[in-house]
Design a protein around this ligand. Structure first.
Ligand code: CDP
Ligand code: CDP
Length: 217
């Protein structure tokens, strides 16, 4: 079977990471959650209380441990859980709009996918990070369903949240991501759209698995 890269983009809580992880498992591919990388830099930004993003990225040692899921190690500390908390979620789109932050991370992401065999999810994977990916998916779902999904995620993680707040936050972040100057969230011309509203995780995973198989022959 031919080695391929799969790019999965779309708005918040559309199901990208869950499905990307399952697709990667099916084919023994590496799964990379690029949102976690932006979240890690955001955590450092919050800790440092500095707007000097050129300096912040120089000081960051970011390690992505790709081992049965993804652990994010920021300057020697495992921050995989911490980066899901509300203060990080609130500021991540602002930090992700900064040129030095995007340049720093896109380079690392491209290196991770250099040898192919990667399923990568984010906002600009099909357009900027892996424009030559063999399969590109643009995943969407209604904002109501996405908010309910995120509420359940947060409950499981012990993070306090409420449905109305989540809806507003998801919409705010989508608008910010779609309207920024550098690599905004947009469907790549050659991406296949999948609306996951009302679909189970298994149904979406199967759809993508079938599309991937066609690309591997
Ligand atoms: O999981 P959730 O949908 O809440 O977001 P995420 O994938 O963890 O991404 C968090 C934020 O990082 C997004 O809202 C974007 O602002 C930014 N991001 C980005 O700009 N480019 C990417 N490739 C991935 C994430
Ligand atoms: O990565 P992204 O922010 O796009 O979404 P996610 O974190 O993978 O998915 C958000 C939540 O929706 C997770 O708890 C998934 O289990 C759930 N989900 C779902 O209920 N049905 C789907 N078809 C896809 C995801």
């Amino acid at each position: 079977m031919k080695k391929i890269n799969i790019a999965i983009d779309g708005p918040a809580a559309a199901g990208k990471s869950t499905i990307a992880k399952l697709v990667a498992q099916q084919f023994n591919m590496i799964y990379v959650d690029t949102g976690a990388m932006y979240r890690a830099i955001t955590l450092y930004y919050i800790e440092q209380e500095s707007e000097d993003f050129d300096r912040l990225v120089k000081e960051i040692d970011l390690k992505i441990v790709l081992d049965n899921g993804q652990r994010v190690i920021l300057n020697g500390k495992d921050v995989s859980e911490r980066i899901r908390e509300n203060d990080v979620t609130e500021k991540v789109s602002y930090v992700a709009s900064k040129e030095s932050v995007r340049t720093f991370l896109v380079e690392q992401q491209q290196k991770l996918a250099d040898e192919k065999n990667v399923v990568m999810d984010g906002r600009d994977i099909g357009t900027t990070v892996l424009p030559d990916a063999e399969l590109k998916i643009y995943m969407i779902a209604s904002v109501e369903e996405r908010a309910v999904r995120r509420l359940k995620d947060n409950e499981l993680r012990g993070i306090e949240s409420d449905l109305e707040f989540l809806k507003v936050d998801i919409e705010r972040r989508d608008q910010y991501d779609m309207n920024r100057d550098i690599s905004p969230l947009v469907k790549a011309e050659d991406a296949i759209s999948i609306d996951t509203t009302g679909l189970t995780i298994e149904e979406v995973t199967n759809q993508i698995t079938e599309l991937a198989k066609d690309k591997m022959v």
